[in-house]
Design a protein around this ligand. Structure first.
Ligand SMILES: Cc1ncc(COP(=O)(O)O)c(C=O)c1O
Length: 379
């Protein structure tokens, strides 16, 4: 044994007391990262994650239960999920080769960033915008830059085109309607961004079903060769527990995402549950008018309250600005959970409230009125 050599075989070296060997340090860029996610608190009124408050239509779970009896769960699922893609293709009037589904639209977005982003590449998205975009970019080692919406929380075609020309991103990700502000994005904005550079233009239509049918830009995928539209079953389709999202886009995008997908990323139960939901689409989406009516009722009730500003929304939530300090905590103290945006750039004093059932919306309104009343008493 040469001097200084450790006589203990490598596999038997004691690790206790040696902090360097007790755990593996995370990637440097993750060291200070807090795991992302809205609080899942057990409170009576939960209006913080933009789900639909009413369950799937009657008969849905029974039909899924019947259909999964036929599955061979000892076998891997159909990797290219052909039946589900065919049903989605029929829904949008495109060929199945233009469709790709994954575990929620978040996974679809991550796959797009993994394929077209990566070291040295850049994604651009609006600010305010969906808080997962920077997280997904970081995970996919992709640079991220934001373009500010104007004072009405909108983008003009000129500003959108100029931002793309200036930053020359590889991907542009635009939520339409925007989360958290609720504004839709005009087609001319999408065209301007597409025309101003070489980027893949990803329009995230997570909430589009809550607006008019013509708000979707799915119809533009034939016209704009680098356009991808991302959809989810988590919002208007009332299936947030399922984890199913998909894209409609060029066939080469569907080919390219195969390079990063896990071998059997979409399980057989989810595939079947999605197929059955599409067969029952009309029943699934029948609540939309009610959600829109409740959204408008809530907006007009709030606009009459002192110190409250409500932003117009085409989605199933409203962004609300208030001059009451600690609005989020004060509502929570009254058993109403909303989403706090007050520390986000340009959203000082803001919370976002999901449209719930009529009773939940009333509970929110009463809590808000009480909070405003209390705050006034103490000033
Ligand atoms: C704009 C936007 N895109 C995507 C998602 C993620 O949806 P999914 O549940 O399909 O992953 C959300 C969820 O809140 C969202 O607000």
């Amino acid at each position: 044994m040469s001097p200084g050599q450790d006589p203990t075989p490598v596999g038997e070296r004691a690790v206790s007391g040696s902090p360097d060997l007790e755990r593996v340090p995370v990637r440097a860029d993750l060291a200070d990262v807090e795991p992302y996610g809205a609080p899942q608190l057990d409170v009576p009124v939960r209006l913080n994650t933009n789900e639909t408050a009413t369950p799937p239509p009657p008969g849905y779970l029974e039909e899924v239960a019947r259909r999964i009896q036929a599955l061979e769960l000892n076998r891997y699922p159909d990797r290219p999920h052909r039946a589900l893609r065919a049903a989605l293709a029929a829904r949008h009037g495109v060929s199945p080769e233009r469709i790709w589904a994954a575990n929620g639209s978040n996974e679809v977005l991550l796959q797009l960033l993994q394929v077209y982003g990566g070291p040295g590449r850049l994604a651009l998205s609006p600010r305010p915008g969906y808080s997962m975009y920077p997280e997904l970019c970081r995970t996919a080692l992709t640079g991220h830059v934001e373009v500010d919406l104007d004072d009405d929380f909108r983008l003009t075609p000129e500003a959108a085109g100029a931002a793309v020309a200036q930053h020359d991103p590889d991907l542009v990700i635009v939520p339409s309607p925007n989360n958290p502000v609720g504004t839709p994005v005009d087609r001319d904005v999408i065209r301007a961004m597409h025309g101003a550079g070489h980027a893949l233009i990803v329009v995230d239509e997570a909430y589009v079903e809550f607006g008019p049918d013509e708000a979707s830009v799915v119809g533009l995928v034939e016209e704009l060769p680098r356009l991808v539209v991302v959809r989810t079953f988590s919002k208007a389709f009332r299936l947030a527990g399922l984890r199913l999202g998909y894209l409609v886009g060029p066939t080469w995008v569907v080919d390219d995402v195969q390079k990063v997908r896990l071998p059997y990323h979409l399980d057989a139960l989810t595939q079947v549950a999605g197929e059955v939901a599409l067969e029952q689409e009309e029943a699934f989406l029948s609540h939309r008018a009610e959600v829109a009516a409740e959204r408008d009722r809530l907006a007009s009730a709030m606009s009459g309250l002192a110190g409250i500003e409500v932003f117009p929304s085409a989605a199933n939530f409203l962004l609300v600005r208030s001059d009451v300090d600690g609005l989020f905590e004060r509502l929570l103290a009254r058993d109403v959970l909303v989403r706090d945006f007050s520390t986000r750039p340009r959203l000082a004093g803001c919370v976002r409230v999901t449209i719930g059932t009529r009773q939940e919306n009333d509970a929110f309104l009463h809590a808000l009125e009480a909070v405003i009343h209390d705050a006034k008493e103490h000033t």
